[in-house]
Design a protein around this ligand. Structure first.
Ligand code: TNX
Length: 730
């Protein structure tokens, strides 16, 4: 007991006793040496910098202005009692030294990027309002004296955003670039074209954005991922792209554009169907798309790609262009006489080598434009030998990363089980789970050197790490992009920046809770807040907040807590534990998912006998499965208006609530987009229970129920719809 008490005291007391303005930096710097004294920031404060780093000087000024009531002078020569930004010789790329003494603050580096990162560290020593959301008018602020000597572990520290599946406008992208910069991330991988939207204006082919950027009933691509019958989409003009590139460069972020080929090309093939193989064999890609693969043997395609990449090369200063190369369905190639003839002509060993042949051709196009090629790790499955400058993004596994470095390629680590921020953060949350559940601790635990274990490859081939945010599940609910990115992106930033030895998850979490969450909040990010852990011990609900200072609120009626719900301040004695729900709150408006006690049944389900029928194709086994709670059935075609799924009870069922749900069990994809539910009562009444909302409807029947019908009112937007057995509560 005493030991536990002391340990608790240590956790609780440490930040109070030791907190300095430099205590909670993220990512953790290489070396922090405390010094004596404080630097007082007050009226008369100046920031000096030479012309070469004027932009960093202005950036620092803009942020400091968010907290100070007084004006700050800009100088080009250092003054006593000021902040000086200085370019000096002899430091590594991106490295900086930040010295705070009682007389001055000096940031030194050998390049502007280093100065910029020194500025970021200085901002983290300021009140979080420096990021601009909350009002602050300080007349005085004391910085604790310290020397921070810092340099990144990796030169490539990235974030990939898929803007094809969900479109993010320029404003969103610029905000993400700001958030990346605050975390010393320096590569933005812009996934600009995939099956579900072509997002970049190409002057030579205006059709690509006129048609390929939009989905909906009358568009070249039908809606996807639950967008129903809305027309949706968007694209960036070349003018906007230039603005974003410039904005990113000012924040030392390089943008690597990606056009995903030769699979994931539905938005291209939808506009130019002749770019696909001239065969009519159906296939469904890994993402549930059809007609999304380019023909390798159609030489005209390479001319079109050359024209497209020519414009892209001119827009992006990055030395790399990413050409995708992932998840190609081989069906059309296997059936295409031209592709088969090409295989024969060059003696290729099947579709995997045909894939490489395509990548060689595109690599050649990229080289002729003076750029280097990057691609997903499938491009190195075959024995192909691309140019040694080509860069591989390892995403499938640690093993595929090893394969890439073994073959001598520069490799970016974006391995799904750590880096895919579209994965769920806990089982009850939204997201994919094919690469597992990816909580914050999992992302933090990524050790890129792991891909070298058992293989004598050159560790310098690991150029860095990257977070990947795929967007097929991000259109709803609002701001899910931020929820998925943060705080996991903070963890990844630390993996990419901090030295291996400096990394400790407990310490990282402590810094997050003590200060970094407030920074994220002030950056305006709707980050994920972790729910409390709740258990029932037979008498009391035991509530463990995610961290000691977290605010947990609760309800007693099964509803999700809101900002005005009472605060939970300890254990709750109750004989009705099922009714309680808890959530963690942060600031104004951020809250976690609502949870109940994890060790009891929160709902009392009944499982009455029933039969299920449909007037659309569903297998016998699926129909049987749908007669049980938790059972799942996949429609064998796109649902249409007038399709009906009917659950018929063997005897009238008395219950308090019935919930109709749909969508793939793990991800929620392919839910029923347009339908209402009606039920029949024991006395023969038919009652309309309402429309499905994002594939779900819960209702309280007005009497014993004999039948429930799901009636489709329009066509669905996936090649299948995933239906579920009813959940019926006592
Ligand atoms: C795999 S990662 C994909 C994407 C999906 C993602 C979903 C990669 C190169 N391909 O097309 O969006 O999984 O997690």
């Amino acid at each position: 007991m005493k030991k536990i008490f002391l340990a608790m005291l240590a956790i609780a007391a440490a930040p109070v006793l030791l907190a300095r303005t430099y205590s909670n930096l993220v990512p953790q710097p290489l070396k922090v040496t405390p010094a004596e004294g404080v630097f007082v920031m007050e009226k008369g404060l100046s920031i000096s910098a030479s012309d070469a780093i004027e932009s960093e000087q202005a950036y620092l000024l803009r942020h400091l202005e968010n907290v100070f009531a007084f004006d700050i002078d800009l100088r080009d020569v250092p003054v006593y009692n000021g902040i000086s930004l200085k370019i000096v010789d002899g430091m590594a790329a991106e490295a900086y030294r930040l010295s705070v003494s009682s007389s001055q603050v000096v940031i030194e580096a050998s390049d502007a990027a280093g100065i910029f990162y020194g500025v970021q560290t200085l901002l983290q020593m300021m009140p979080p309002a420096v990021y601009g959301q909350t009002d602050m008018e300080l007349t005085r602020y004391e910085l604790d004296a310290v020397v921070v000597e810092d340099a990144p572990r990796y030169g490539y520290r990235g974030t990939m955003l898929d803007v094809s599946r969900t479109f993010y406008d320029v404003d969103h992208v610029l905000r993400l670039i700001d958030w990346m910069a605050y975390h010393k991330l320096n590569r933005f991988h812009w996934h600009l074209a995939d099956d579900n939207g072509w997002r970049i204006e190409i002057r030579k082919y205006p059709q690509l954005t006129e048609k390929g950027a939009w989905r909906g009933d009358d568009e070249v691509s039908p809606a996807a991922y639950g967008q129903g019958h809305d027309r949706y989409g968007g694209y960036y003009t070349q003018k906007e792209i230039r603005e974003v590139v410039k904005y990113a460069a000012e924040r030392h972020i390089e943008i690597i554009p990606e056009i995903d080929l030769p699979g994931h090309s539905r938005s291209l093939v939808g506009v130019f169907p002749e770019m696909a193989c001239p065969v009519d064999v159906p296939y469904i890609s890994a993402n549930g798309e059809t007609d999304n693969v380019l023909c390798v043997a159609r030489m005209e395609n390479y001319k079109i790609l050359t024209n497209i990449f020519k414009e892209i090369a001119a827009l992006f200063p990055s030395e790399y262009i990413h050409i995708g190369g992932d998840e190609v369905d081989h069906t059309s190639w296997n059936n295409c006489p031209h592709c088969q003839a090409l295989i024969k002509k060059y003696g290729l060993d099947g579709p995997q080598e045909l894939h490489s042949w395509f990548v060689y051709e595109v690599e050649d196009i990229i080289h002729k434009l003076g750029k280097k090629m990057a691609g997903w790790d499938e491009i190195v499955i075959s024995d192909a030998r691309y140019d040694s400058s080509s860069m591989v993004y390892a995403w499938r596994s640690v093993k595929s990363g090893r394969m890439s470095v073994d073959k001598g390629y520069r490799t970016v680590v974006q391995i799904g089980e750590y880096c895919y921020l579209d994965m769920k953060q806990s089982p009850a949350e939204r997201g994919h789970s094919w690469a597992g559940i990816v909580p914050l601790s999992k992302t933090y635990s990524l050790e890129p050197d792991e891909i070298l274990v058992g293989a004598p490859a050159d560790s310098a081939l690991i150029v860095g790490v990257q977070a990947g945010l795929w967007a097929e599940l991000l259109a709803w609910p609002p701001r899910l992009m931020e929820y998925q990115l943060f705080p996991r992106l903070c963890a990844l930033a630390e993996v990419g920046w901090s030295s291996k030895d400096a990394r400790n998850f407990g310490d990282f979490e402590q810094r997050l809770y003590a200060e970094h969450f407030s920074r994220l909040y002030n950056m305006g990010i709707a980050f994920r807040v972790a729910p409390p852990e709740v258990t029932f011990d037979g008498q009391e609900l035991q509530v463990r907040p995610p961290h000691p200072s977290a605010v947990v609120r609760y309800t007693m009626d099964g509803s999700a807590p809101v900002a005005s719900s009472p605060v939970c301040r300890g254990a709750i004695v109750t004989d009705n534990p099922e009714a309680f729900r808890f959530a963690t709150f942060f600031g104004d408006g951020l809250s976690s998912i609502a949870v109940g006690a994890s060790n009891i049944d929160l709902y009392h389900y009944i499982e009455p006998e029933m039969t299920v029928e449909s007037n659309f194709p569903l297998s016998e086994n699926n129909l049987k499965a749908l007669a049980r709670r938790g059972g799942v059935g996949y429609s064998q075609r796109v649902l249409q208006e007038g399709d009906v799924l009917t659950y018929t009870m063997t005897a009238p069922v008395e219950c308090s609530r019935i919930t109709v749900t749909s969508g793939a069990p793990s991800s929620g994809m392919f839910y029923v987009t347009d339908a209402y539910v009606e039920y029949v009562t024991a006395d023969g009444q038919t009652v309309n229970a309402g429309e499905l909302y994002h594939g779900t409807l819960s209702f309280e029947p007005c009497g014993p129920v004999t039948q429930v019908r799901v009636v489709m009112t329009d066509s669905n937007d996936g090649y299948t719809a995933v239906l579920h057995g009813l959940s019926i509560e006592k």
